[in-house]
Design a protein around this ligand. Structure first.
Ligand SMILES: [Zn+2]
Length: 300
């Protein structure tokens, strides 16, 4: 008998990652597509629907029972609606219904960072932990909060740690100023280094290479980002007392260059609060897609 499968899609700001998954989210096929957000919000919706259709119609998608779909932004998982996604330009898009109509499958729907945290808690770095703060640092910064074993949803609004104000000048995509995301995301680190040094770089990895090469401007930008991240995590640690902080997203690839100073500074800022352990994500940039697969199996 053919193995049953589900299909999963993680709609990112730059790339969409898709997979066909067997039981226990065993990955059978992986695919990716450029998001193409410069083409506009409607085109991105169409790209996502076409990607799901391609996965569901793939010869390896046998006996497919369900699809899982995760997106960034403010997501109402109960109604299957993207309320607002600044990175994709979406507002009030009934994406679950559109996807279900297009594929003929029941569709499980969720928020990329919360679903990535779910995957880390079932399959990765946060297994067997009940109180976890998952921090995704990439183009933007988002958090997922697991408290006493429950992922906080709050109608889709929980976890906006990236929009805590940590300084007072840098403009943010949200319309505010001085947000954590505007000064400590991977994109912000690269942008701020380019502005201060006069040497534009492609990403935070290049800034870290400059830190290691002894560039004082790179060290200043990096250390400021660490300080701001520690300040925001201290707020999170004070409010929900995680035992573990899992760092995901592209900046987690910095490894100890990020984790060691961030742990040291965070622990300095905490007094009576629980001091969490900081670890990198296990599942890397596949966490949200695998999590979409977990959601799909729940309804398959
Ligand atoms: Zn903001």
């Amino acid at each position: 008998m053919a193995e049953r499968t589900v299909v999963a899609l993680d709609v990112g700001g730059t790339v969409m990652k898709g997979a066909i998954l067997g039981p226990a989210v065993h990955v059978l096929v992986e695919r990716s597509w450029p998001t193409g957000r410069h083409l506009g919000p409607d085109a991105v919706v169409e790209t996502a629907l076409a990607a799901l259709e391609e996965l569901a119609g793939h010869p390896d998608a046998r006996a497919t029972r369900a699809a899982g779909l995760v997106v960034p932004g403010t997501v109402d998982a109960a109604t299957g609606t993207v309320v607002w996604s600044e990175n994709l330009g979406w507002s009030d898009v009934p994406l679950r219904e559109l996807a279900s109509t297009r594929t003929g499958l029941p569709v499980a729907f969720g928020h990329d960072v919360r679903v990535a945290a779910l995957a880390e808690s079932r399959l990765g770095a946060a297994r067997d932990r009940a109180n976890v703060l998952f921090l995704a640092i990439g183009t933007g910064i988002g958090a997922a909060l697991m408290v006493d074993g429950h992922l906080l949803e709050a109608d889709g609004y929980a976890g906006e740690i990236g929009h805590i104000e940590v300084e007072d000048s840098e403009p943010c995509v949200c319309g505010g100023q001085g947000c954590l995301e505007a000064v400590a995301s991977a994109a912000a680190i690269a942008r701020r280094y380019g502005q201060r040094s006069g040497r534009p770089v492609d990403g935070a990895a290049e800034v870290l290479a400059q830190v290691n090469a002894g560039d004082p401007v790179a060290a200043e930008v990096w250390n400021e980002a660490v300080e701001y991240l520690a300040q925001a995590l201290a707020i999170g640690a004070s409010l929900v007392a995680p035992e573990l902080v899992v760092i995901g997203g592209g900046l987690s690839l910095a490894g100890d260059a990020l984790l060691l100073p961030l742990t040291r500074r965070l622990h300095e800022l905490l007094t009576i609060q629980r001091r969490p352990q900081l670890v990198p994500a296990d599942l890397g940039d596949r966490a949200a897609c695998l999590g979409a697969g977990l959601l799909a199996w729940e309804i398959a």
